[in-house]
Design a protein around this ligand. Structure first.
Ligand code: R5P
Length: 293
């Protein structure tokens, strides 16, 4: 087996290669003056099962998706016997159903595009809706990085902290964290207007007075959800507020706004490499890779 280091996840892929002992094939990548992507495999994959590790987070998620498709095609052209795509953050995963008439299901389109390029098997981390994987044209699996994030907070001394989901749909995330943190868990409620995108958050029977609270979510995008949750927590007397997310997209001034809302630390993973990506997914991906090798 060989690992192909996607240009968007080079460090992560190298860490997985080191942890598993599976050799990695570097990728030469560049962007042409007109903005088109170029990738070249710097190694042989003939007869090998290959695992491409490539996140598709912003910025340039469209380009990163294309790089992934090009790499899958290159692997197959180079004689790889099987192509597994390890995509820590899958772009378009939140458009997983037709919310308004006339909309498409972008995540399904993306999966079919990857199938056409040569992907045989797919892994991701905390996809927004696990159900969407059932519509993919190849075996697909999502694994959770929440225990790793909770362990990060335990190592920092926050054992016993309250795990809060910012909406009911994320309660399973809070419960996964609770197993590691050992404190209480609960959720807020969030209603989104599908036309304006505006959300309203409420807390029913929340008791966090004097507690250390960690807000946990799959994605932080604009930060609006976390800012709203932090405000409610402070109004309800929380002593300290932290936040952990798997995919810290942090679009625009999200980080600044979250900190201004009284969140003491934002912790994400290297599904989105950046200032908050303190938790590496390498152990999680290595475990999956060794299991499928
Ligand atoms: C939505 O349900 C997701 O789980 C996140 O809560 C959402 O994507 C966060 O978006 P934002 O940071 O823009 O509020």
């Amino acid at each position: 087996m060989k690992i192909i280091s996607g240009p968007a996840s080079k460090s992560l892929a190298e860490a997985v290669s080191t942890q598993t002992g599976i050799p990695h094939v570097p990728v030469i990548a560049k962007v042409f003056p007109d903005g088109e992507s170029y990738v070249r495999l710097d190694g042989d994959v003939a007869g090998e099962k290959v695992a491409i590790i490539q996140t598709t987070c912003p910025p340039a998620q469209d380009g990163r998706l294309l790089q992934l498709a090009f790499l899958a095609d290159l692997a197959k052209r180079g004689g790889a016997s099987k192509v597994s795509a390890f995509v820590p953050y899958l772009a378009y995963a939140r458009q997983d159903k037709t919310f308004l008439p006339g909309e498409g299901i972008s995540v399904e389109t993306v999966s079919r595009m990857l199938k056409g390029a040569g992907v045989d098997e797919f892994f991701t981390v905390n996809i927004h809706s696990e159900h969407s994987l059932t519509q993919f044209p190849f075996p697909a699996k999502t694994v959770s990085a929440i225990p790793l994030i909770a362990e990060y907070f335990v190592k920092k001394g926050y054992k016993g902290a309250y795990a809060l989901a910012p909406d009911k749909g994320a309660m399973y995330i809070a419960q996964q964290a609770q197993v590691v943190l050992g404190g209480e868990a609960g959720h807020l409620n969030k209603i989104r207007d599908r036309y304006t995108g505006q959300t309203v958050q409420t807390a029913d029977g929340l008791n966090v007075k004097g507690q250390i609270v960690i807000i946990l979510d799959d994605i932080i995008s604009t930060g609006g959800t976390i800012v709203g949750a932090a405000k409610i927590l402070h109004e309800n007397g929380a002593a300290h507020v932290f936040c952990g997310c798997v995919h810290g997209l942090l679009i625009g001034d999200a980080e600044k706004r979250i900190r201004a809302a009284g969140v003491e630390e934002i912790v994400g993973t290297d599904s989105v490499p950046g200032v908050v990506s303190q938790v590496s997914l390498a152990p999680l991906i290595s475990r999956e890779l060794v299991g499928t090798n």
